[in-house]
Every structure is written in structure tokens, then in C-alpha cells.
Design a binder for this molecule. Structure first.
Ligand code: DHK
Length: 147
């Protein structure tokens, strides 16, 4: 059995009703089911969400210690959090992959969304494909885990 941790930052607990024109109509639980169905047999999708930066950092430390690959949507913290960036760097420095994911394409949106503090220390970034971004990110993180 292997695990992929799928971490989600602030306001993503409101997916489904939050700005559906931007983020789509699927809930985070819908995305969890899609990912679990797409995952190879024996892979557990451990999807978590928090509105708290500290909680997300604690989960990244947990993934670092257990060498668990991560798909991470830092949501609004993408553009503001040096602390999250540092926690992601701790993880990826160990050789454990982390794919940054976004439902929308932040580069096609307001200028303040064009900067990601996480991208320079992530293994890669997938953005702009709605819920499909998560499926692509899962594929990528699994491939990187095998490498
Ligand atoms: C989600 C958010 O909550 C925004 O703050 C980011 C990201 C974009 C997304 O597209 O998944 O700017």
C-alpha cells in the first residue's frame, strides 16, 4: 500500500458553490472520489483541507518524515506564504515529489495571482484545467515517485 497526500488550502472547502465560473461545480469530496478511482490499485488518496497555514505546514512536515508524495493546492497562500514555501522546500529537498496544482490558471487572472512562492521549490506545477488539474497532478506525482 502507498499513499498520496492531497493537501488543499483556504476556501477550498467551499468548492462546489464558490465562484463556480472560476473553480467549477465539483466539491472537494467529488475530487477525492475521482482521484481514488483514477489511482492504481493499492494507492490510498489521503485528501485533506485546512484554512489554517500552520495546519498545512504540520501536514507537510508529516509528509517529509514519512516520504509521502504530495499534490498541493495552496490556494490563496500560494501568493503570500513564505512559511509554506519553506515547508515545501523541506519536503522536496529529501527527493520526495510535490506537485503544485490549481483549478484555475492564476496567470490569466489578477496580477497578484501571478506570483507563487511555492512554484520554485515544487517538483512541478499544473494549473488551469479545473478538476482535471488534480488528475494530471496525481499522474505526475506517481510518475515522479517511481523515478
Ligand atoms: C485557488 C485559490 O483559492 C486562489 O486563491 C488561487 C487557486 C488559485 C486555484 O485555482 O485552485 O489564486
Amino acid at each position: 500500500m502507498s499513499t498520496v497526500l492531497v493537501l488543499n488550502g483556504p476556501n477550498l472547502n467551499r468548492l462546489g458553490t464558490r465562484e463556480p465560473g472560476v473553480y467549477g461545480t465539483r466539491t472537494l469530496d467529488d475530487i477525492r472520489v475521482l482521484l481514488q478511482n483514477a489511482a492504481p490499485a493499492g494507492t490510498i488518496i489521503d485528501l485533506r483541507q485546512s484554512n489554517s497555514e500552520g495546519q498545512l505546514i504540520d501536514w507537510l512536515h508529516e509528509a517529509t518524515d514519512s516520504r509521502t508524495p504530495v499534490v498541493f493546492n495552496p490556494a490563496g497562500y500560494t501568493h503570500t506564504s513564505v512559511a509554506l514555501r519553506d515547508a515545501v522546500a523541506l519536503l522536496t529537498e529529501t527527493g520526495t515529489p510535490l506537485v503544485e496544482v490549481h483549478l484555475s490558471n492564476p496567470h490569466a487572472r489578477e496580477p497578484f495571482r501571478h506570483v507563487s512562492h511555492v512554484s520554485p521549490v515544487a517538483s512541478g506545477v499544473i494549473a488551469g484545467f479545473g478538476h482535471v488539474s488534480y488528475l494530471l497532478a496525481l499522474q505526475a506525482v506517481l510518475q515522479l515517485s517511481e523515478a
